[in-house]
Design a protein around this ligand. Sequence first.
Ligand code: GLY
Length: 356
Amino acid sequence: MQKIHVNASRQYDILLDQHLLEQSGELIRRVTKAAAAVIVTDDHVDPLYRETVEVSMRRAGFTVSVFVIPHGETSKSHDILLKLYEFLAEHAITRKDILVALGGGVVGDLTGYCAATYLRGIEFIQIPTTLLAQIDSSVGGKTAVNIAAGKNLIGSFWQPSLVICSLDTLDTLSDEIFADGLAEAIKYGCIWDQDLFRLIAEEDIKTHLAKIIYTCIDIKRQVVEADEFDHGTRMLLNFGHTLGHAIERHFHYETYTHGCGVAIGMATLTALSEEYGLTASGTTEALRSCLRKHHLPVETPMTPQEYYDGCVHDKKRAENRISLVLLKEIGKAYPYQISVDDLLGFLKKEGAPHAG
Ligand code: GLY
């Protein structure tokens, strides 16, 4: 079993191996004295993995109840959150008990936010079952629910007490959901690690999957340890996300998964920044070819005005400025501040102000 220790406002381990669900109760018991646990999962993951985790937790001495939500982004709502709070109260869950998020990013974000706020905060465990959740959303303590105005607008930084990545759970993912996570892995290579990018771009992904997941998580650990509360370095993780969120929103979250939005966002932004000489030449082609190799999209028919309209809604906007993340070259990223007034011209290829 591999272990990555995260030194954040709460210290915790991320465990990686095949078949960890069978031992999950014992692993969780090592980090908590809780008597009761609530497993939160969705209706896709429930029939696949819930029983294995539940049996293991009972064996480790936990009293277990299960709360199942409908799969999909619409479950990251106040409605479901309220039902979860009521469920915890009905089951007399106290501050000494724990929540266990078993599933992808939606389950993790909702459960984490519930844990952050129920009784002013209780501990929770992440058991991510998608590639995206294993390499990104389960690590680093960002938790949230959505409101009509946008995704993740209500949230909290609340670190888990343990993350259990059982690599075999990725075997049941559809190609589409797997690619969703791969876009984030490619992002880590772009912003931080040229060797990781080369591995994903040139080698057989399945052969190297455990190494890729470990490397991505370790990059996230470094970023979170440097800037847990998202004031600087952590923003680099948003490479491709400002345009990506605009794309997801423009197509009403129906046409593109998050990963596909990020893939197009990374490729579109890099093509622009390369044209302005802000990114080394050849970077766009390397990125596009890696994305295409993994059946990820690199463009979509959106006008500069449509991108602009989506970007000005971004939660990373501060007063009149938007923070973009650009690549210097593959493996190196930097923040690029642009005023809202200059953004449309930038997107229309009319000019780029000097980096601020
Ligand atoms: N997923 C971006 C972050 O955790 O900061």
